[in-house]
Design a protein around this ligand. Sequence first.
Ligand code: PEP
Length: 245
Amino acid sequence: MARRLAAGNWKMHGLRADLAQVEALCAAPQPEHCDVLLCLPATLIDRAARLAQGRIGLGGEDCHANTHGAHTGEISAAMLKDAGASHVILGHSERRADHGETDALVASKVLAAQSAGLTAILCVGETLAERDAGRTLEVVATQLAGSLAEGADPARLVVAYEPVWAIGTGRVPVEGDILAVHAALRADLVQRFGAAAADIPLLYGGSVKPENAAQIFALQDVDGALVGGASLKAADFAQIIAALN
Ligand code: PEP
C-alpha cells in the first residue's frame, strides 16, 4: 500500500522572509502516518533544507529534461537534488498551459528527474471544457500514458490528479468523480507496472483546504494531496496534514 503524502506547492510565491513558515511547519509535531513535503521556488530550497534538517522533505516545481548545457534560466534535476530536494513536480497544468509542455516533454523530464535520484510528482488533469464534454477519464489516461516513457521507475513516482478547473478556484469535484479517476489511474498503473503500482502514492490536488481535507482523504485510492494556496501558511497546511490519517 502506498505511503501517505502531503505535498505543498508554493508556486511563484515565497521570499526568504517566508521561510518562517517552513520553520513553523518543522516545529509542529511531525506525523508518523504520512510524509510531508514542500515544493518551493528553487531559490528557497537550499535554505529550507538547512532549516528542515530532514524533519520535512523539500521539492522543486519543475526541472529541465537535459542534465546540463546551454539552457539559460533553466534548472536541472541534479541542481535540485544538490540543493536538498528529494522530489520535483512535473507536468503541472500551469506549466502545460504557460509553457506549452507536452506529454512527451513531461515524459523526458520524469526520466531526467528519476535518473538524478529525485521522485517525480507527475500531474495530470482535465480542463473544464474536457470535463463538460465527458472526456475526463480519456484525457487523464492519455496524459498518464504519454508522460511515462519506457524506463520510468515506479519506485520514484507519485501521481497527482489535479483537475485544472479546481486549481485555485475553491471548486472540488464530487466524491464519485475523484473516486472514478483515482481508480482508473491505479488500474492503468497496475497494467503498466504490475504489483509495484500499489506503492505509488496517488494524490488529489485542487482547492484542498483544512475544511474539506478529511472528506477527500477518506476516499479509496486517495493517498494524500498536492496543496497549493493552503500550503503557504504552516497553520493551514498542518491542519490538512493532521486530516491525513
Ligand atoms: C496546485 O497548484 O497544485 C494546487 C492544487 O493549487 P490549489 O491547492 O491552490 O488549488
